[in-house]
Design a protein around this ligand. Structure first.
Ligand SMILES: *Cc1c(COP(=O)(O)O)cnc(C)c1O
Length: 367
């Protein structure tokens, strides 16, 4: 490895401190390892921080999306969504027997809401729009309100990349606490809503569709719906609570790193959108006009030899073999251009200034 000064620099990673370790150890020594007091504490802390009435912690972000889809969709429904996301967003639609309708993205990586509206006009089977706050960039609330009111569709927000106060417009919002995201609970996720009925259904579905009813016999439990075991452990929630105490610091550092890239990247490497302090910068995506995928691949390999792990987010979901087989393949002009040009630079709490300088210098050398 040419990079002898630093450890490997990935595109993202978790930050764990002594308080996190202590929080986890304390639960390990307590009476409950799972479904103890930390679960509700974590849910309440998230609800407070994000501005929701109800939050249900679950075992990962994909489970969160699955539960949301169980609440929002019926078999045969159509859902407008983006090809520029991790697989889970549209997989959750397929899980419940509904079908995604992919539309192209905008230059900033988010779904193109005008194209989404065109689909809504054409297809009455579309019951929901699944949005991803890609890279951490929030949507224009007015536009979402307009779509919801004009077309009567449900809106789901996949906020795996975003952390911040919610506007209350979307029906269900989901989170992931995978180690690369804003906070971690090892694996983990959450579903958030302001609707009480939705909340109650989510709670049931998380736990086998069971409700407590021991009015007849003390041992009784009733299964009233086909649910899952999507619970998050007390140990994980204790870590989540401890991580949540650091979230403002985490977000501030991510914004600092983003600003520094903006101010110091060479001209030919273009950030995905102008610096925006509303973005929570889960990713820092840039564009470079590679002539081919081969050229882009060669550049990735050379950066890796320098000890820098670039990533690309995301291969258009509808280009995945499974989706192609099911007839979803389609080339979207903006998505195709993005796919060829974009890549994600390292951004995480413990990234040091000199490491960021080294990343910038290496980009200058290789491009
Ligand atoms: C990480 C991620 C998910 C899935 O979360 P997991 O916790 O890994 O299941 C879903 N959507 C997006 C956009 C993500 O980045």
């Amino acid at each position: 490895m040419e990079n002898e000064y630093f450890n490997f620099i990935p595109y993202g990673k978790q930050f764990i401190d002594e308080n996190d370790k202590k929080a986890v150890l304390d639960v390990l020594e307590s009476d409950f390892l799972t479904t103890g007091p930390k679960v509700q504490e974590f849910e309440e802390a998230l609800a407070e921080k994000l501005g929701f009435k109800y939050v249900v912690a679950v075992c990962n972000g994909t489970a969160a999306l699955h539960l949301a889809s169980r609440v929002l969709l019926n078999v045969g429904d159509r859902v407008v969504t983006t090809p520029n996301s991790f697989l889970s967003t549209s997989n959750s639609v397929l899980y419940v027997g509904a079908k995604p309708v992919f539309v192209d993205i905008e230059e900033n990586g988010l779904i193109n809401l005008d194209l989404a509206e065109e689909e809504l006009k054409k297809n009455k089977k579309i019951k929901a729009v699944y949005l991803v706050t890609f890279s951490g960039l929030p949507f224009d609330d007015e536009k979402l309100k307009y779509l919801k009111e004009k077309y009567g569709v449900k809106i789901l927000l996949d906020n795996a990349h975003y952390f911040g106060k919610d506007s209350g417009i979307c029906d269900i919002t989901t989170y992931s606490f995978h180690p690369v995201k804003h906070i971690t609970t090892f694996e983990g996720g959450a579903v958030a809503t302001n609707d009480k009925k939705t909340y109650q259904k989510l709670l049931r579905l998380r736990n086998h569709g069971m409700v407590k009813d021991n009015s007849m016999y003390p041992w009784e439990y009733k299964m009233v719906d086909l649910g899952y075991n999507y619970r998050l452990s007390d140990v994980a929630c204790a870590l989540g609570l401890s991580q949540l105490e650091k979230i403002d610091m985490f977000l501030e550092k991510r914004r600092q790193i983003a600003k520094y890239y903006h101010d110091n990247l060479p001209e030919k490497i273009k950030p995905l959108y102008p610096y925006n302090k509303k973005s929570s910068y889960h990713l820092f995506v840039v564009r470079y006009p590679f002539k081919s995928f081969d050229e882009k691949a060669e550049f990735f390999i050379k950066m890796r030899q320098k000890g820098i792990g670039l990533q690309y987010h995301y291969i258009p979901i509808n280009r995945q073999p499974y989706y192609v087989k099911k007839g979803y393949f389609k080339k979207f002009p903006e998505m195709e251009r993005y796919y060829k040009e974009a890549f994600s630079l390292p951004i995480y709490y413990s990234l040091k200034k000199k490491e960021q300088d080294y990343v910038i210098k290496s980009l200058e050398e290789l491009l």
